[in-house]
Design a protein around this ligand. Structure first.
Ligand SMILES: [Zn+2]
Length: 192
């Protein structure tokens, strides 16, 4: 079994370096046929793979496993904070007389082009982790937008009238349009 560790490998593998950068240890095994597995050991990612892959194949697999693990860590870190839940409950009371049933509201890492989504039937809401780094009034607008879908699943005038009760809606939508995370479509508001 050949084992080696790549450190500070940003140039070689094209990784984005961050303060909590994972170090990678590749463990190649002849017994392993096709499967690739990764295990996190503190700040070290152990990647188990078969022998005989090209450098390109290996680096692609490493990148894939690394992204997966990092996304999981990001979600865990973000969801350790109860801001989303607290805010959603506050807004529920303030704008909906506490009538909404919010079963879950969580950050997810798989919708980079969408700010969030809502499944009204399940009462579950997902917010893009990218919002966590944006101003609070933008995050709050997205919370307001998604919880409002529990009452109005569409983007009707009634929906927007409700969402516009949150006073920074217009400003937050402008912000998100610039980030291409919101459609630049004024007619959505029922206006031309
Ligand atoms: Zn919507």
């Amino acid at each position: 079994m050949a084992t080696y560790t790549i450190r500070n490998c940003s140039g070689f593998l094209g990784f984005k370096m961050t303060a909590n950068e994972l170090s990678i240890q590749v463990i190649r095994s002849k017994r392993r046929k096709k499967t690739v597995q990764a295990k996190l050991d503190g700040n070290k990612l152990l990647v188990y793979m078969p022998v005989g892959l090209s450098e390109k194949e290996e680096s692609e697999l490493i990148q894939k496993m690394k992204t997966k693990v990092e996304n999981k860590r990001t979600r865990k870190a973000l969801n350790g904070d109860d801001y989303l839940e607290k805010r959603a409950n506050e807004f529920n009371k303030k704008y909906f007389d506490g009538k909404l049933v919010i079963n879950s509201i969580k950050y997810v890492t798989n919708q980079n082009t969408r700010r969030g989504s809502c499944t009204p039937a399940r009462g579950s809401i997902r917010i893009s982790h990218e919002l966590a780094e944006m101003p609070k009034w933008v995050l709050d607008y997205v919370i307001m937008h998604e919880i409002a879908h529990l009452e109005h699943p569409d983007h009707s005038r009634k929906f927007w009238n409700k969402v516009n009760e949150y006073k920074y809606t217009e400003r937050a939508r402008g912000f998100l349009i610039c980030k291409e995370m919101e459609k630049n479509d004024i007619s959505e508001n029922g206006e031309q």
